[in-house]
Design a protein around this ligand. Structure first.
Ligand SMILES: [Zn+2]
Length: 132
Protein backbone atom coordinates (compact mmCIF):
# COMPACT_ATOMS: atom_id res chain seq x y z
CA UNK A 1 0.00 0.00 0.00
CA UNK A 2 2.80 2.45 0.85
CA UNK A 3 5.92 3.28 -1.12
CA UNK A 4 9.39 2.64 0.24
CA UNK A 5 9.92 6.42 0.60
CA UNK A 6 6.75 6.75 2.65
CA UNK A 7 7.79 3.90 4.92
CA UNK A 8 11.23 5.40 5.31
CA UNK A 9 9.81 8.73 6.50
CA UNK A 10 7.49 6.81 8.81
CA UNK A 11 10.17 4.58 10.33
CA UNK A 12 12.96 7.13 10.55
CA UNK A 13 11.34 10.52 10.93
CA UNK A 14 14.12 13.11 11.14
CA UNK A 15 11.90 15.93 12.35
CA UNK A 16 9.85 14.17 15.02
CA UNK A 17 9.85 15.93 18.36
CA UNK A 18 9.20 19.23 19.98
CA UNK A 19 10.95 22.61 20.05
CA UNK A 20 11.30 24.14 23.47
CA UNK A 21 10.38 27.81 23.34
CA UNK A 22 9.11 27.81 19.72
CA UNK A 23 8.31 31.03 17.85
CA UNK A 24 5.14 29.53 16.43
CA UNK A 25 2.97 26.48 16.89
CA UNK A 26 0.22 25.22 14.60
CA UNK A 27 -2.26 22.42 15.04
CA UNK A 28 -4.56 20.57 12.74
CA UNK A 29 -6.55 17.39 12.85
CA UNK A 30 -8.73 15.43 10.49
CA UNK A 31 -11.70 13.33 11.38
CA UNK A 32 -11.32 10.86 8.53
CA UNK A 33 -8.67 8.79 10.24
CA UNK A 34 -8.36 10.74 13.48
CA UNK A 35 -4.92 12.16 12.68
CA UNK A 36 -3.66 15.00 14.80
CA UNK A 37 -0.59 17.07 14.02
CA UNK A 38 1.23 19.81 15.86
CA UNK A 39 4.07 21.67 14.19
CA UNK A 40 6.69 23.79 15.97
CA UNK A 41 8.67 26.52 14.25
CA UNK A 42 11.76 28.48 15.14
CA UNK A 43 11.78 31.61 12.98
CA UNK A 44 14.51 34.17 12.41
CA UNK A 45 14.31 37.03 9.90
CA UNK A 46 11.23 35.41 8.38
CA UNK A 47 13.13 32.20 7.69
CA UNK A 48 12.19 28.86 9.24
CA UNK A 49 15.35 27.94 11.09
CA UNK A 50 14.01 24.81 12.72
CA UNK A 51 10.86 22.77 12.43
CA UNK A 52 9.60 19.76 14.40
CA UNK A 53 6.35 17.86 14.48
CA UNK A 54 4.29 15.71 16.79
CA UNK A 55 1.75 13.63 14.97
CA UNK A 56 -0.64 11.04 16.24
CA UNK A 57 -2.06 9.26 13.29
CA UNK A 58 -1.74 6.82 10.47
CA UNK A 59 1.41 5.94 8.53
CA UNK A 60 0.59 8.47 5.81
CA UNK A 61 0.07 11.30 8.30
CA UNK A 62 3.38 10.68 10.04
CA UNK A 63 5.31 10.26 6.78
CA UNK A 64 3.67 13.41 5.37
CA UNK A 65 4.49 15.37 8.53
CA UNK A 66 8.14 14.45 8.25
CA UNK A 67 8.17 15.29 4.53
CA UNK A 68 6.53 18.65 5.21
CA UNK A 69 9.19 19.54 7.77
CA UNK A 70 11.92 18.60 5.33
CA UNK A 71 10.37 20.84 2.67
CA UNK A 72 9.75 23.73 5.08
CA UNK A 73 13.15 23.86 6.75
CA UNK A 74 15.29 26.84 5.69
CA UNK A 75 12.47 28.31 3.64
CA UNK A 76 11.14 31.83 4.09
CA UNK A 77 7.62 32.11 5.47
CA UNK A 78 6.45 33.18 2.03
CA UNK A 79 8.03 30.15 0.36
CA UNK A 80 6.72 27.81 3.05
CA UNK A 81 3.18 28.97 2.37
CA UNK A 82 3.55 27.82 -1.22
CA UNK A 83 4.17 24.19 -0.28
CA UNK A 84 1.22 22.13 -1.43
CA UNK A 85 0.07 18.61 -0.67
CA UNK A 86 1.34 17.68 -4.13
CA UNK A 87 4.89 18.53 -3.05
CA UNK A 88 4.43 16.31 -0.02
CA UNK A 89 2.94 13.43 -1.99
CA UNK A 90 5.94 13.66 -4.34
CA UNK A 91 8.37 13.74 -1.41
CA UNK A 92 6.91 10.55 0.08
CA UNK A 93 6.96 8.83 -3.30
CA UNK A 94 3.19 8.87 -3.82
CA UNK A 95 0.24 8.07 -1.57
CA UNK A 96 -2.83 5.91 -2.08
CA UNK A 97 -5.70 8.20 -3.13
CA UNK A 98 -7.66 7.52 0.07
CA UNK A 99 -4.67 8.75 2.08
CA UNK A 100 -4.02 12.01 0.27
CA UNK A 101 -6.07 13.92 2.84
CA UNK A 102 -3.45 12.97 5.43
CA UNK A 103 -0.86 15.03 3.55
CA UNK A 104 -3.12 18.09 3.66
CA UNK A 105 -3.01 17.96 7.45
CA UNK A 106 0.55 19.22 7.64
CA UNK A 107 -0.05 22.00 5.14
CA UNK A 108 -2.87 23.35 7.30
CA UNK A 109 -0.91 22.98 10.53
CA UNK A 110 2.02 24.86 8.99
CA UNK A 111 -0.27 27.63 7.73
CA UNK A 112 -1.84 28.02 11.16
CA UNK A 113 1.62 28.32 12.70
CA UNK A 114 2.74 30.93 10.17
CA UNK A 115 -0.50 32.89 10.52
CA UNK A 116 -0.24 33.01 14.29
CA UNK A 117 3.37 34.17 13.98
CA UNK A 118 2.63 36.90 11.44
CA UNK A 119 -0.37 38.16 13.40
CA UNK A 120 1.49 38.42 16.67
CA UNK A 121 2.03 42.12 17.52
CA UNK A 122 5.48 41.29 18.81
CA UNK A 123 6.60 40.11 15.38
CA UNK A 124 5.04 43.01 13.52
CA UNK A 125 7.10 45.44 15.56
CA UNK A 126 10.16 43.37 14.84
CA UNK A 127 9.53 43.63 11.12
CA UNK A 128 9.47 47.43 11.19
CA UNK A 129 12.62 47.82 13.23
CA UNK A 130 14.49 45.68 10.71
CA UNK A 131 13.95 48.12 7.84
CA UNK A 132 17.59 49.08 7.57
ZN1 LIG B 1 -4.48 9.55 8.04
Amino acid sequence: MYSEKTLNHFRNPKFAGEIKDPDAVGEQGNVKCGDMMRVYLKIEDNVIKAVRFQTYGCVAAIAASDALCKLAESKTLKEARKITYKDIVREVGGLPPIKVHCSVLGIDALKHAIDSYVKSPKNQEGKESKGK
